[in-house]
Design a protein around this ligand. Structure first.
Ligand SMILES: *[C@@H]1O[C@H](CO)[C@@H](O)[C@H](O)[C@H]1NC(C)=O
Ligand SMILES: *[C@@H]1O[C@H](CO)[C@@H](O)[C@H](O)[C@H]1NC(C)=O
Ligand SMILES: [Ca+2]
Length: 153
């Protein structure tokens, strides 16, 4: 009986861990730098770190909504279901051609690819993210990468 519940607990925690992850700031800096986001479409790394922080608190499993128009926002970069992914509910342009559930797991590589696609949109750039417009745009963001090992020898 004890063994069974221990196994259940273990299984539960494994499932939980594989579903979402809160990534420390400097690890985000390292991951996004390696993924080529520094100066991507002209935006320095600090912008991406700041945007992700105010969107998801660096939690890859963050889901918010429904927004007033019924759409939802998913994951590390709070990717919107009206435009960029499909959650099976309501209209979507599905610009990143994928299910929104892919943006709530602990592998953010596909999230990064979609974020790059979003910022390539000439009409929006980083204005696509309310969190960025509200808390990061035009501000001194140097503290977001401060104290992190940026370059490896
Ligand atoms: C719906 O709302 C979200 C968040 O407020 C926004 O990102 C999205 O562009 C809106 N979609 C439409 C069609 O207005
Ligand atoms: C931004 O803030 C840092 C300290 O947090 C300061 O050293 C730097 O000079 C500031 N940059 C600008 C452009 O104000
Ligand atoms: Ca993902």
């Amino acid at each position: 009986m004890k063994i069974l519940s221990l196994a259940a607990l273990l299984l539960f925690s494994l499932i939980f861990v594989s579903e979402a992850k809160r990534i420390p700031r400097c690890e985000m800096v390292r991951i996004l730098k390696k993924a080529g986001l520094d100066r991507y479409r002209g935006y320095r790394l600090e912008n991406w770190i700041c945007m992700a922080y105010y969107g998801s608190k660096f939690n890859s499993g963050a889901v918010q909504g429904p927004n007033r128009n019924g759409s939802m926002d998913y994951g590390m970069f709070q990717i919107n279901s009206r435009w960029w992914c499909s959650n099976g509910k309501g209209k979507t342009a599905n610009g990143c051609r994928t299910s929104c559930s892919k943006f709530v797991d602990d592998d953010i590589r596909d999230d990064i690819l979609c974020a790059k696609r979003i910022v390539r949109n000439r009409k929006w750039r980083m204005n696509a993210w309310l969190s960025w417009r509200r808390y990061c745009k035009g501000r001194n963001l140097s503290h977001w990468t401060k104290g992190c090992q940026l370059s490896l020898p």
